[in-house]
Design a protein around this ligand. Structure first.
Ligand SMILES: Nc1ncnc2c1ncn2[C@@H]1O[C@H](COP(=O)(O)OP(=O)(O)OP(=O)(O)O)[C@@H](O)[C@H]1O
Ligand SMILES: [Mg+2]
Length: 328
């Protein structure tokens, strides 16, 4: 199991500087991703999902900084490397797909040219082999008429096809870790399902680990093996997909579950969790979820101390005073 660990994030803390003051945006985040495993990081807008991926990729903006913790890729701690070394490591071992594939594809070059260049760079093959492999990769990601597609420019493709091209590109470098930040959010539901099942299939075939970011629990249900729930820059719960869906423990996770529209029912009413999400510039003692928690009056600790993470069943972790008290 240990040698299958591709990514290991331990006690990660990160800050952003705003008006000469530093605010903590990630607090003590830990999780890992193994080969053949998709770990979904979920939580509502602003909870720190993208910042977590930026830390892993070594791409934090200039006003951001990791203050402590480690990020190990195949056993090497990236936080100890120079920016140049991280970039080198990243290009080879990590692949990234985003919501908008055009940010990663060059609009002025054909799909075939970009795929070939990528293959020559990462796999060290000659042009002829790269051309054949480019075709194979387009086939792998389920693109029909690949010969024709190779001659096209990214803008000539639909959003779903562009995302597939980007996935082909990323996979052709044979990464150990695939990081996907909301890759299907801009796609319509049918195409979204196709891309998710493609990723599920490729995870097995390439034996890569996938770190998948989304705020959409419907997507999580399709793809996750494990789930990490973030709230206001902290991990509040983690477990297998089954544990989180069948037995959510943190009031925030339970709220998220209730917020999933039930497609079986006629009414598509989403139940939002009442209350506002805290801004990173606000700091308060106690559990960060307490202003929105229905149980806050049941336990005085909720407003005075941050809850510790406990393991309530094997592999299922939660940070909530109420659960801690029950577990004692
Ligand atoms: N460059 C920056 N400078 C200052 N604060 C930032 C910066 N980038 C992000 N933040 C803040 O960090 C917090 C986490 O942002 P992040 O982008 O990780 O959220 P997210 O979970 O990815 O949300 P979404 O679902 O909307 O993509 C937010 O409060 C955001 O405003
Ligand atoms: Mg984001």
């Amino acid at each position: 199991m240990e040698q299958d660990k591709v990514l290991d994030v331990r006690n990660l803390h990160a800050v952003f500087r705003i008006d000469r003051k530093e605010y903590e945006v990630l607090h003590d985040i830990s999780f890992s991703v193994h080969r053949n495993e998709t770990v979904c990081v979920v939580g509502e807008s602003g909870c720190g999902k993208s910042v977590t991926t930026l830390c892993v990729m070594g791409l934090l903006p200039k006003n951001g900084r990791i203050t402590s913790g480690s990020i190990s890729l195949n056993g090497t701690d990236l936080t100890g490397l120079s920016a140049k070394e991280v970039r080198k490591f990243r290009g080879k071992k990590m692949g990234m797909i985003f919501q908008e594939p055009m940010t990663a594809l060059n609009p002025l070059l054909t799909v075939g040219y970009q795929l070939r260049e990528n293959l020559m760079l990462h796999r060290g093959v000659d042009k002829k082999t790269a051309s054949q492999m480019a075709l194979d990769y387009l086939n792998k990601v389920g693109i029909a008429n690949p010969e024709q597609r190779l001659k096209q420019f990214p803008f000539q493709l639909s959003g779903g096809l562009r995302q597939r091209v980007l996935i082909a590109m990323v996979l052709s470098a044979q990464p150990d870790l695939l990081i996907a930040d909301e890759p299907t959010t801009a796609l319509d539901v049918t195409i979204q399902k196709q891309v998710l099942s493609l990723l599920n299939h490729l995870k097995k075939e390439m034996s890569a680990g996938i770190m998948f970011i989304t705020h959409d629990l419907g997507v999580v249900a399709e793809i996750a093996d494990r789930i990490v729930v973030l709230y206001a820059g902290r991990k509040v719960e983690e477990g297998s997909a089954q544990q989180i869906f069948n037995n959510p423990q943190h009031p925030y996770t339970i709220g998220l579950m209730n917020a999933v529209p039930d497609v079986e029912k006629d009414d598509f009413v989403i139940q939002p969790i009442p209350g506002m999400f805290p801004n990173i510039t606000e700091d308060s003692p106690g559990c960060r979820f307490n202003p929105r928690c229905a149980h806050v009056n049941e336990c005085p600790l909720c407003v005075t101390a941050a809850p510790e993470m406990i393991e309530i069943e094997p592999g299922h972790f939660v940070a909530c005073h109420l659960r801690n008290r029950e577990a004692e």
